[in-house]
Design a protein around this ligand. Structure first.
Ligand code: NAD
Length: 350
């Protein structure tokens, strides 16, 4: 591995912490991209990586993504991310979580964690036994901000899809607008239900076939194949499963005027932002459209508003997207690049 500072994804990280706990064997990385706007906030990913280099790259990319996401969501939070290097079976124990909690605590509030892939709300509660720098905890009284961020992310993506349809197709409603959804878990499933209420025509795909089938019969959607969902003719393609799905090959096969979904890091490389722009497809930068969850988690941590405040901030996602699309059109720049430029300016790196 090259020296950390020379890694392509280092991008001026303020700090990258490597932790190891001898007793439990736990290895973890906490990457802090920027604390310019506040403590670095971002979830913990518990994942088995084939090698350590991949884990470092993942932490760096995700941490920078959180810097940009938090800044664009208007939160007084910087960007950070933790990655726990799990074994092949992804064994997790209370002792490991306790060790990880102490690692977070040693950073004295520079990093605030929350749930991400492989971690649960129950794990977050477990971490609070060791540290106060945790968010995404269960709601204890009605109207309080917090709890599962998925529904807030789904709402933000839904509002973003509506804004994209209005911007690109000049349609104020979603009646019969055809949306192809990849992944119908927490975010994609929530999105599908909201779109169905508006009379949208839905094609859905999920590797969990049983789940896709039962959702389809619940809301009247049509199940399509895993490869087809990115190629069928529709008005919107909405990725809500994996990252890095938009590359040279897949972009060439897209048969939609709009790509708008909640999955993180959808563009495989920065050049793919240009590719999608060159095909005249309206792209909603992922960390802007999927910021509903961090708005909830962030306000919960900051103690800065209730669920109504979360909803009113999520309702501003369309405004932000429209601003990006307008600048993208007027400056002839990919929307992803416009969003990155705006985010960098907000974190003092314009
Ligand atoms: P989830 O695990 O609840 O749902 C993901 C779904 O995608 C699952 O149903 C899974 O079976 C399906 N899937 C996986 N691989 C697939 C494939 N190749 N093709 C089709 N379906 C596939 O996760 P989630 O919380 O809904 O998150 C979805 C995406 O949104 C992720 O990229 C996540 O990082 C991002 N995101 C989530 C939140 C949140 O609040 N949950 C916030 C921001 C971003």
């Amino acid at each position: 591995m090259s020296v950390m500072w020379e890694l392509p994804d280092f991008d001026g990280h303020e700090a990258v912490h490597f932790f190891h706990d001898v007793d439990t064997g736990l290895s973890a990385i906490v990457a802090l991209h920027s604390t310019h706007l506040g403590p670095g906030a971002g979830g913990t990913r518990f994942w088995h990586y084939e090698n350590r280099e991949t884990a470092v790259t993942d932490a760096l990319r995700l941490s920078r993504g959180m810097s940009f996401k938090n800044a664009m969501a208007g939160l007084p939070l910087g960007g950070g991310k933790a990655v726990i290097l799990a074994d092949r079976n992804r064994t997790k124990s209370p002792e490991m979580l306790a060790a990880f909690g102490r690692m977070i605590d040693s950073l004295a509030g520079q990093y605030v964690t929350a749930e991400d892939v492989g971690m649960t709300a129950a794990d977050m509660v477990e971490l609070t036994k060791q540290t106060q720098y945790v968010s995404g905890l269960p709601v204890t009284s009605q109207g309080e901000a917090g709890g599962d961020p998925g529904p807030f992310t789904a709402m933000g993506v839904y509002l973003g899809v509506k804004a994209a349809v209005k911007h690109k197709l000049g349609r104020a409603d979603l009646e019969d607008v055809h949306v192809a959804i990849q992944g119908v878990g927490s975010v994609g499933g929530g999105l599908a239900r909201l779109l169905a209420k508006d009379g949208a025509k839905l094609s859905i795909a999920d590797i969990n076939k049983g789940h896709a089938a039962s959702l389809a019969s619940e809301i009247g959607a049509h199940v399509v194949g895993l490869d087809d969902v990115m190629r069928i003719e529709a008005d919107v393609f909405s990725p809500n499963a994996l990252g890095a799905i938009l590359d040279k090959v897949s972009i060439a096969h897209l048969n939609v005027p709009i790509v708008a979904g909640g999955a993180n890091n959808q563009l495989a490389t920065p050049e793919d932002g240009q590719r999608i722009f060159d095909r005249d497809i309206l792209f909603a930068p992922d960390y802007v459209i999927n910021s509903g969850g961090i708005i909830s988690v962030g306000l919960e941590y900051l103690g800065d508003g209730d669920v109504d405040e979360v909803n009113s901030r999520v309702a501003k996602i369309p405004e932000r997207l429209t601003e990006i699309w307008q600048e993208s059109a007027s400056r002839s720049l990919p929307s992803a690049e416009v969003a990155d430029n705006m985010a960098r300016a907000l974190i003092g790196r314009g």
